[in-house]
Design a protein around this ligand. Structure first.
Ligand SMILES: Cc1cc2nc3c(=O)[nH]c(=O)nc-3n(C[C@H](O)[C@H](O)[C@H](O)COP(=O)(O)O)c2cc1C
Length: 432
């Protein structure tokens, strides 16, 4: 029976993209301090309770410029394996870099997570972007984009072959046994004999997701991915991305529309739009803006001299995207998004740009400020367009915001008929 098309909501389950005032806000609200793992297990609990399709854990393999909230983001596969023992339904998607990992190692780790979670594991393939991280992995510098995606392509080919060349077979004697075939991969970057010595879960292998929106990124997604994590900030850009992805899927002989794009979203909510705006202002009031300012453009490798926080932003000094496409650090699309956001706001202050670029959860993802009903109407409009499969939600102030979303928004989405009302019991891959 064909299942009704519900929105997929994933919960980004580590403290990435939090508002920079979140930690002090929690303290001001009297929310008790928790360790990294207590926070992670709390996210797990919310994952099941909010009927989220999956928890999504981003990966930061090295010290970032800005201070971490809670002692640093935990390694995703370790975190999700722990969470798997405290959850029943929610999918568990771990991010790991094809640039820094070895495919056999990663195939083992993720296959183990798939077993531990009884078929709820997923893998978000990224090529990573921060130069400093490369120095942690015996590299002299980060690979350029072309080399990163060539490696990602061969990496995913090996990973999937290792996962696919295994089966649990019922033998004539009535016993079920595990069989695996060697893969004998001899490529430019990897030589892997295989086979993988871990039995498949009830979903066969983990779901493959991909994040990285350049041309080569989309080409790799079209070959291997079953879900893509994107950063569309408007319905128009979501439609444009969808068209590009569908074309790439056709070139790979796959059906257009078969891989749902899931853009990130950072909601700021209240009973009314005014209350949501007040909440955002309160979070902003906990931020020390001056030390953050250098990261606003520095994250793209750009040096734009910024004056006083309350002065107008020097928009005339901002390089045009087409002039820096080859040299920009971080995702080029993030820069284009921020550039357009600034251009559309003549007279915007330095402080507002710093807030948009880093303070309120990063330049990458759409920020929504409004009432619970406004958000439901927004989701319904995007759902109706049919260009996204749902959203990867990043909550600006962690647990307090997720609680509010589950209590206030989830029932409204269910009433609206665009969100499931009961837990998904099927393996993660079958949900997409
Ligand atoms: C939505 C999104 C999420 C990402 N998450 C991570 C991550 O958790 N860890 C990481 O190292 N890179 C992450 N990346 C970076 C990508 O791996 C990629 O290197 C970067 O986007 C540059 O490639 P591109 O030009 O194809 O976008 C993410 C990228 C996007 C678009």
């Amino acid at each position: 029976m064909a299942e009704r098309r519900y929105l997929h909501l994933n919960l980004v389950a580590n403290d990435l993209n939090l508002h920079q005032g979140a930690y002090k806000y929690e303290r001001a609200q009297g929310i008790p301090e928790r360790s990294t793992f207590e926070r992670l297990l709390e996210y797990g609990k919310f994952g099941d309770e909010g009927l989220f399709t999956a928890l999504f854990v981003g990966d930061i393999p090295g010290l970032q410029g800005s201070p971490a909230f809670d002692g640093g983001p935990a390694e995703p596969i370790t975190a999700l394996t722990a969470i798997s023992q405290h959850t029943k339904y929610v999918g568990l998607i771990a991010t790991a870099s094809t640039t820094f990992y070895d495919p056999y190692n990663l195939a083992r780790l993720l296959a183990s997570l798939d077993q531990a979670s009884d078929g709820r594991a997923g893998y978000n393939a990224v090529t990573s972007v921060v130069d400093r991280f490369a120095l942690n992995y015996s590299l002299e510098h980060h690979l350029d984009r072309e080399a990163r995606y060539q490696r990602a392509d061969e990496f995913l080919q090996v990973l999937r072959a290792l996962w696919d060349n295994r089966e649990l077979r019922r033998d004539p004697d009535g016993h079920t046994r595990f069989y695996a075939e060697p893969i004998e991969h001899r490529g430019e970057r990897f030589q892997v004999a295989g086979a993988l010595n871990i039995a498949p879960s009830r979903q066969g292998r983990p779901l493959i997701a991909q994040a990285g929106g350049s041309g080569p990124g989309i080409a790799v997604a079209a070959k291997y991915a079953e879900m893509v994590f994107t950063n569309s900030s408007t319905r128009e850009s979501a439609a444009a991305y969808r068209e590009t992805l569908d074309k790439a899927l056709l070139e790979q002989g796959r059906a257009p529309g078969s891989v749902p794009p899931i853009p990130g979203l950072i909601p700021f909510l209240g009973r009314t739009a005014k209350e949501a705006e007040e909440k955002l202002r309160e979070l902003d009031s906990h931020v020390d803006w001056a030390p953050l300012a250098p990261y606003a453009m520095g994250q793209f490798g750009l040096e734009v001299p910024l004056g006083d926080l309350d002065e107008p932003f020097p928009t005339h000094l901002l390089p045009r995207p087409e002039d820096v496409e080859k040299t920009i650090k971080s995702t080029f699309g993030n820069y284009v998004g921020l550039y357009n956001w600034i251009r559309e706001r003549p007279g915007v202050t330095v402080r507002e740009v710093v807030a948009q670029a880093v303070g309120r959860g990063g330049a990458t993802h759409r920020k929504f400020v409004g009432s619970y009903d406004d958000l439901v109407a927004d989701f319904a409009a995007w759902h109706e367009d049919g260009n996204v499969g749902g959203f990867n939600l990043m909550f600006s102030a962690g647990a307090a915001d997720i609680r509010e979303f589950i209590d206030e928004v989830v029932p409204r989405l269910v009433d609206h008929g665009i969100y499931r009302a009961t837990p998904a019991d099927r393996p993660l891959r079958e949900r997409f």
